[in-house]
Design a protein around this ligand. Structure first.
Ligand code: NDP
Length: 248
């Protein structure tokens, strides 16, 4: 894939930061990479990367702040990309609160759903005009070069895979993100916009913890390889980082 414009949420650490790092290091890198995070002043690793890479712009965004999203972030990105629109939106920011049936609270369910489900839907809605603009410039089939929404999900949100229970807030939020992505794929296909969910594997990040089995760089490389291969045949599907399809 060769998107010209990309936006990644939760880009200050973990998978989001590594996505930005690897995307700008690719051959024919994008002209604009918007790396959003809640607190740019504290995003030291991202700042260091952006200092050496003029195509990266750090944008302040709490993904649950929908007013700032609409009134500030989208108009700013629009002003920078102009007619190019936005080729690739990666909704990566995520929250894991660990709760089983005995500890789960309404507050925990809502908080995780807000970040993992509502925010990616609202961000996609807000950037839709820019995704459509990017798509309209291109010919050919669906791809992550033309216009795409990639939602970073988890296998933990797969009903078919759930053999160990627990994790009520996180499982429910990712299962809901999955079905929202299927709806996006149906609703946006006619506009030439692809939508898919990717599972990064169990990755060594703050969320994945030190027992995680996959290296950050391998997971992100794998997911970018999968994005390279996505076409209209894969829109609306659920893949893990090595490219295998995951049952819903
Ligand atoms: P980390 O916990 O390392 O990073 C989470 C990122 O999300 C941080 O940048 C964090 O920002 C950001 N974030 C959380 N809430 C908000 C918010 N309200 N607004 C803006 N940003 C926010 O997690 P990973 O990098 O591991 O996870 C990235 C994605 O991958 C998530 O969607 C996660 O569910 C998914 N995933 C990860 C797995 C793993 O094993 N690591 C496995 C399966 C899925 P801040 O620093 O400000 O908190």
């Amino acid at each position: 894939m060769q998107p010209i414009t990309v936006l990644v949420t939760g880009a200050n650490r973990g998978i989001g930061l590594e996505l930005v790092r690897q995307i700008v290091a690719r051959q024919n890198p994008p002209k604009h990479v918007f790396a959003t995070c809640r607190d740019p002043d504290r995003a030291k690793d991202l700042q260091a990367l952006a200092k050496d890479t003029p195509s990266i712009e750090i944008v302040k965004l709490d993904v649950t702040d929908y007013a700032t999203l609409r009134n500030t972030v989208v108009p700013h990105v629009q002003s920078k990309v102009g007619d190019l629109g936005l080729n690739l939106l990666i909704n990566n920011a995520g929250l894991l609160l660990r709760h089983d049936l005995s500890t789960v609270t309404p507050e925990a369910m809502r908080e995780v759903y807000e970040v993992n489900t509502i925010a990616p839907v609202m961000i996609t809605q807000a950037f839709l005009p820019l995704l459509k603009a990017a798509s309209a410039r291109a010919t050919g089939g669906l791809s992550c070069s033309r216009a795409a929404v990639i939602n970073i999900t988890s296998k933990v949100g797969s009903c078919a895979d759930n053999q160990s229970g627990k994790h009520y807030p996180y499982r429910c939020s990712k299962a809901a993100l999955n079905i929202a992505t299927v709806s996006m794929s149906v609703d946006l296909k006619g506009d030439g916009i692809l939508a898919a969910v990717l599972h990064p594997g169990w990755v060594k990040t703050q969320m994945g913890g030190s027992n995680a089995i996959h290296e950050l760089s391998d997971s992100v490389k794998g997911m970018l390889d999968v994005m390279d291969r996505l076409t209209e045949n894969e829109t609306g599907k659920f893949f893990e980082w090595k490219g295998n399809e995951i049952p819903w």
